[in-house]
Ligand binder design. Structure first.
Ligand SMILES: [Cu+2]
Length: 868
């Protein structure tokens, strides 16, 4: 028998080694992703202000109506798209109304609802004038202030008709921009508060009309499907100013825990009674635009499903600096955001108020953070990502957020600086005060500031997208200025939690629905996965129901995580049979985790399975109608003791039990990943080059260009120029019976193409570049060309700068008399406005009240229904 030659043996050995190296490298590269970000698509088409997981494969993306370069077949820009998780592709979709700063949730029947928004706008976010039909506007977007948009399960068509349409049957009773939202135990939804038009915060200064702000604020709440006329919330008046997107959590008692300004209340929304809880320590503001990361901690059998709400970050500023609709009261760009993490447990699991409830200081974030957002992970931890260390959410037009570039003044618009690129993990299984860590986490390279978003995906990663601190699409901000400028952002990233890259369990018997009460169900994980440490792994398993929520403005509205009790038997073949109890059969649990869709994960030794979309509180096919009364099944049985094997007694060697630290695999992964990353970069460059002339390629080119400034037209049409930064000059409002519209806008800028600059614009202090079309029909004149109007003048007053809102109302002074005299702004004490409150209720205009109150969709009766 001929022996192989030495060289041949060497070649074989080399080949074997190479194969092994490749295998290790592949595993290592996957593991190396743990704790890091990866761009999975460079163009979300619509910048992702809002996200919602539709099913196991699709995520909807919503933006405000703006000049995204992607066009629909009818020529309109997209402000909505769908992200397909199977191939990371994105498709634009028609949205009719302006979704700008809406709120959203899944109803108990699984239908997505996205409600509220802002007016029809044109270039630069300027509101269309009343005499201009939305069809004639450049974006053909319709008023969304009262819109209720629906997305049915399995559908990729938004049901969205204009608020002004008589055919619109899904309408809010009144305009809501930044409303609070909470899904109730019957699967219906409650909306509370919001602004009417817009602004940095929801008040004028001085704050003479805390409830209504002369028509700028909406202090009422209402339901969908309707349960009657909207009613004034005392809390909205008490927290006047800093009360947009209030934090709400339905409690076991049926009351709503609600936090805004520095106040906290347990609110019986049925009887409209409020019980005040302690103020936020240090008066840290947690609502928009301070925008803390806020979440209910995971509900577990160990904590007896007791609700605790955790707040991390936000802002502390003086009352003066908080300013008003027009913007902050001064330069806030250098103000470091709060590091404070505090939590409170308002009730026990059965809905008994914890009368001694106090906010408990847990610990400090490693850096101050505004616009951080909590994402529940299926290993029981929560990650905070996105945001900035300085400033707040929102944008404005003030001297302090302008920068000089090449001798030109540009407005950087955004109110946040110093993006927080490194996530922080919160592990509630650790002792209080030792729960936060960012050890081992890589940094993102993409700023995720105002109007960014994030949501848990079924594969256990976190989708991160958006960021657009501008009134309209802005792709040409220079780098290296002070303050730092940021572009409208389209990249979609995945952030990979520490468990990423480990072999996943593939459980059998995953449920399609989980009820309140009833019999336990069985799930098995095979022996090849459980292996020699089957006993330990079985004991270290978690069954999570996670509702990822509607993501916008650093909030995941409706996000919850609840873990199920279980026992197990380790079988002879190392497989494990789990016996899992459903949710407790209590009304309290029905409220803590309301009916509707959620992801179900099985996490073994810290590594989650893929999440399965299930229904909570109904059958898998759900109920077509809401509201409904979920059935409470039989009481949970006492689970028998676990049965371990005598054979599979090894300990778990790999780190992974919901640990924030990284094991050896991670370190090896990092080492081998270097080459892989280089390869990926090379591939990325090739792909980028291949993209050639499409608009995204151009944007990538702009980003990577040596020149920090692009000379590319930011618009898509030959006529488009970014213009019309609005400043409203407004008084009155919809509540006052006077429609608010932009009566003044001012020219924005485009920092190139100076040949087309019109002299008179240049004289306006650095804003220049008239639209090439030469026509601004339907758009208001620049107020910079006017003498400022004083408050109370015939034209009303306006504030220079406009902050968050752009549809022309922003920067408005909502003025409608001094109903309350000279009280200054603050968090109003609970009782000081009782008298006025009652008067207010009577005064409250009824013109927007809905007639039928119930939405009928093809089923025709029984409240809101959807075709099945
Ligand atoms: Cu917003």
């Amino acid at each position: 028998m001929a022996r192989p030659s030495p060289s041949s043996r060497l070649a074989k050995r080399a080949a074997a080694l190479a194969t092994t190296a490749l295998a290790i490298s592949a595993r290592g590269a996957a593991a190396a992703k743990a704790g890091s970000y990866e761009v999975v698509n460079t163009n979300s088409l619509a910048s992702a202000m809002m996200l919602g997981l539709m099913d196991e494969q699709n995520v909807f993306i919503l933006d405000k109506a703006e000049n995204n370069s992607q066009r629909l077949a009818d020529g309109r820009p997209v402000w909505g798209s769908f992200f397909d998780l199977s191939d990371n592709s994105v498709t634009g979709v028609s949205v009719t109304t302006n979704t700008f700063c809406a709120s959203g949730a899944t109803l108990g029947n699984g239908t997505w609802v996205v409600a509220g928004g802002n007016q029809a706008v044109g270039y630069g976010g300027a509101a269309l004038l009343p005499n201009v039909s939305p069809d004639a506007g450049p974006y053909t977007d319709y008023d969304g202030t009262r819109a209720i948009r629906l997305l049915e399960p399995g559908s990729k068509t938004w049901i969205d008709s204009p608020s002004t349409s008589t055919a619109q049957v899904n309408m809010l009773q009144s305009a809501r921009w930044y409303p609070g939202i909470e899904v109730l135990e019957d699967g219906s939804v409650l909306f509370i508060g919001g602004a009417v038009g817009g602004g940095y915060i929801n008040r004028n200064t001085p704050n003479l009309d805390p409830f209504y702000q002369g028509g700028g604020s909406n202090p009422t709440y209402e339901y969908f499907p309707s349960k009657g006329n909207q009613t004034v919330s005392q809390f909205m008046g008490n927290t006047s100013g800093l009360n947009m997107y209030p934090h709400t959590y339905l409690m076991p008692s049926g009351k709503i825990f609600m936090q805004a300004n520095f106040s906290t209340v347990l609110w019986d929304h049925v009887n409209n009674n409020e019980t005040y809880l302690p103020d936020m320590p240090g008066r840290v503001i947690r609502v928009y635009p301070a925008s803390a990361a806020v979440a209910m901690l995971p509900l577990t059998p160990q904590n007896k499903y007791t609700p605790t709400i955790l707040f991390c970050g936000g802002s502390v500023m003086s009352d003066t600096l908080w300013g008003n609709y027009g913007g902050p009261g001064g330069d806030i760009l250098g103000i470091t955001a709060s590091t404070d993490c505090s939590s409170i447990t308002p009730e026990d699991s059965q809905g008994n108020q914890n009368t001694a409830a106090q906010y408990v200081k847990e610990e400090d974030l490693p850096q101050g953070r505004t616009m951080g957002q909590f994402i529940h992970l299926p290993d029981g931890t929560m990650v905070i990502l996105n945001g900035a260390e300085k400033g707040t959410a929102g944008y404005t037009n003030a001297t302090y957020n302008s920068a000089q570039y090449n001798g030109q003044a540009i407005n950087t618009e955004g109110l946040a600086q110093d993006p927080t690129y490194v996530p922080v993990l919160y592990d509630p299984s650790k002792p209080q005060g030792k729960r936060l860590s960012n050890a081992g986490f890589g940094a993102s390279t993409i700023a995720r500031l105002y109007h960014s978003s994030a949501v848990l995906l079924p594969d256990g990663s976190v989708m991160v997208a958006g960021s657009n601190p501008h009134q309209d699409v802005t792709l040409n901000m220079p780098t290296g200025t002070t303050p730092q400028a940021f572009n409208t952002t389209y990249e979609i990233e995945k952030w990979y939690p520490p468990y990423w890259g480990q072999p996943k369990p593939s459980p059998q018997g995953m449920p399609t629905s989980i009820q309140y009460g009833g019999s336990p169900f069985n799930i098995t994980v095979d022996g090849s996965f459980m292996g020699s440490s089957a006993n330990a792994k079985a004991a270290n398993t978690k069954f999570a129901i996670i509702r990822p929520g509607f993501s916008t403005h650093a909030m995941n509205m409706g996000q919850r995580a609840v873990y199920l009790d279980y026992t197990y038997t380790v079988n002879d073949d190392a497989s494990v049979t789990y016996m899992v109890n459903p949710l407790p059969n209590t009304k309290a649990m029905n409220r803590l985790v309301v009916p509707g869709p959620a992801l179900f994960f099985v996490t073994v030794a810290g590594v989650p399975s893929n999440g399965k979309m299930i229904m909570v509180g109904t059958s898998a096919t759900g109920t077509g109608n809401v509201p409904f009364t979920p059935t409470l099944g039989s009481a949970l049985v006492s689970l028998p003791a676990a049965v371990n094997s005598t054979k599979y007694t090894a300990t778990i060697t790999r780190a992974g039990d919901s640990s924030s630290s990284f094991g050896l695999g991670k370190i090896i992964g990092i080492a081998v990943a270097g080459a892989a990353v280089l390869a990926l970069i090379a591939i990325g460059i090739c792909l980028w080059r291949r993209k050639g002339k499409n608009s995204r390629g151009e944007k990538a080119a702009a980003r990577q260009s040596a020149a920090p400034w692009t000379s590319r037209d930011v618009g898509s049409g030959p006529e488009y120029k970014r213009v019309d930064t609005p400043v409203g000059s407004v008084n009155g409002g919809r509540f006052g019976g006077r429609r608010m519209d932009s009566s003044n806008t001012f020219e924005s800028y485009r920092m190139h193409d100076q040949g087309s600059v019109i002299e008179s614009k240049e004289a306006l202090g650095g804003y220049y570049d008239h639209p090439r079309s030469g026509s601004r029909g339907g758009y208001a004149q620049s107020p910079l060309g006017y003498e400022p109007q004083g408050r109370g003048s015939s034209q009303g007053g306006y504030q220079q700068g406009w902050a968050e809102h752009h549809d022309g109302d922003a920067g408005a002074y909502y003025e409608e008399g001094n109903r309350y005299g000279g009280q200054s702004y603050d968090d109003y004490p609970p009782r000081s406005y009782q008298q006025q409150y009652h008067q207010q209720q009577q005064q409250y205009p009824q013109q927007y009240q809905q007639q039928g109150g119930q939405y009928h969709d093809r089923q025709g009766s029984g409240g809101y229904g959807r075709a099945r």
